[in-house]
Ligand binder design. Structure first.
Ligand SMILES: NC(=O)c1ccc[n+]([C@@H]2O[C@H](COP(=O)([O-])OP(=O)(O)OC[C@H]3O[C@@H](n4cnc5c(N)ncnc54)[C@H](O)[C@@H]3O)[C@@H](O)[C@H]2O)c1
Length: 424
């Protein structure tokens, strides 16, 4: 690892820091709720002296979260939560301008990715912050000596929450973790509108394809899938949804999409987007049926949704066609295209979610960290929701920042809603 002299960290190039600083400041303007929290944190210092290791996508929005935690008194170290999602200029600026040790290089290999997580763990965190639970997994399996320092953690995404719940169930989890993903002000907006817009943005930046008129297959109609389908439809794509959950499949049908199994969709799709949190959603049987020129990408957390080893086996060669586009020559002469190495396409080829939506996600992260510091002693080794009052307050502040006012319940309405004998 290259290590900078003054502040620890491993970033691509410190000369990028000026561009990174401008990007961080630009994102900050779109994050009014986080700004309010930062102002209060500066005064109240709720995280004073608390060591936080954060394993998150290193983007301009994450930088603003890191700065907020630091301004609240925390001693913060940041590492990447995905080898391909880092904004190198932001990582450089975090080290040079904001004094936050950052371990993240876009395109880092697996060994470096885990070395960076190890470096963040060397910080001996009292609070862990994860996006996908890789930091906590390393801590609980490889650095058990550090467990006693930890008072609690937070988790950003659906896949991480699923992993943590499995750990809690079999007794592996050794401290409380707050499922930030499950806050309404997180997944209703970040997963749906954030992933919806930025996934399309990633596909377009990587390919420059015209989506209008193309058959676009979205695998998974969860929070993210709904967003991607909605935005693809808006651009004129003919959207097909695949699901394994019957309720969500009906929802997709009633939202106006065709629903069919992947083995049928594979034959007709021009672009495939997986966003399920599951593995091998696109696999050998599908690659065998796809049209010449079909494009595949993933926006789910891990790069296992598309079975890339199977694709490699079925092809005779592959080569880059454009940045973030790999062309696979199939043995029967067809060409299939894989975007962003099957990693989150919105972060690999675009910039991830817009700051306005990360404002709410990261407001949840900052307030969950504060809550954990105050309440960890009363919590067990479980996965907890973000307290409802925090969630609702973030929505209130976001509305205020947008200049939008809503009605208030009248006392008699409140009473009506609380009673069962009205209307008889
Ligand atoms: N790209 C991003 O920036 C981003 C943002 C948020 C979440 N995520 C990740 O995206 C993934 C989905 O998150 P979500 O919040 O939408 O989860 P979700 O649970 O709401 O939705 C997932 C959907 O996929 C369906 N599914 C599972 N296996 C399937 C299969 N084999 N074929 C078709 N459908 C299948 C499920 O039934 C479910 O409806 C997770 O990995 C999450 O961590 C990514």
């Amino acid at each position: 690892m290259k290590t900078t002299q003054k502040i620890a960290g491993d970033v691509k190039d410190m000369a990028l820091a000026d561009a990174g600083k401008r990007k961080i400041e630009w994102a900050n303007q779109q994050m009014p709720v986080l700004q309010l929290i930062r102002k209060r944190f500066i005064k109240e210092q709720p995280l004073k002296g608390v060591r936080i290791s954060a394993c998150l996508h290193v983007t301009s929005e994450t930088a603003n979260l890191g700065i907020t935690l630091r301004d609240g008194g925390a001693d913060v170290v940041l590492c990447a939560s995905n080898p391909l999602s880092t904004q190198d200029e932001v990582a450089a600026s975090l080290v040079r301008d904001y004094g936050i040790p950052t371990y993240a290089i876009k395109g880092e290999d697996n060994a470096t990715y885990y070395a960076h997580i190890s470096a963040a763990l060397e910080h001996k965190p009292q609070i862990t912050m994860d996006d996908g639970a890789d930091l906590v997994t390393q801590l609980l399996t490889k650095r058990t000596d550090l467990i006693s320092n930890v008072i609690g953690g937070t988790e950003e995404t659906t896949t991480g929450v699923i992993r943590l719940r499995a750990m809690a169930k079999d007794g592996t989890l050794k401290f409380p973790v707050i499922a930030v993903n499950d806050a309404q002000t997180k997944h209703f907006f970040d997963n749906r509108y954030g992933t919806g817009q930025s996934t399309i943005d990633g596909i377009i930046r990587a390919t420059n394809l015209l989506l209008a008129g193309l058959k676009m297959v979205i695998a998974g109609y969860g929070w993210c899938g709904r967003g991607v389908a909605m935005r693809a439809k808006g651009l004129g794509a003919d959207v097909i949804v695949t699901e394994i959950d019957s309720v969500r499949a009906i929802e997709a049908v009633m939202d106006g999409f065709r629903v069919m199994p992947m083995h049928e969709a594979a034959k007709v799709g021009d672009i495939f987007v997986t966003v399920t949190g599951n593995k091998s959603v696109l696999a050998a049987e599908h690659f065998g049926k796809m049209k010449d020129g079909a494009v595949m990408c993933n926006s789910g957390h891990f790069n296992v949704e598309i079975d890339i080893p199977a694709l490699e086996k079925m092809s005779s060669a592959h080569r880059p066609a454009r940045p973030f586009v790999e062309e696979y020559a199939m043995r029967d002469g067809r060409k299939l295209y894989l975007l962003g190495e099957g990693r989150l396409i919105n972060l690999a080829a675009a910039e991830g979610h817009p700051a306005a939506v990360m404002d709410m996600s990261f407001a949840n992260q900052a307030l969950a960290a504060e809550y954990m510091v105050k309440n960890a002693a009363t919590l067990g080794k479980q996965v907890y929701p973000v307290p409802e009052n925090i969630d609702k307050n973030i929505a209130k502040l976001k509305l205020e920042s947008m200049g939008i006012h809503i009605d208030k319940l009248m006392p008699d309405q409140e009473q009506y809603l609380a009673s069962w004998d009205e209307g008889t």
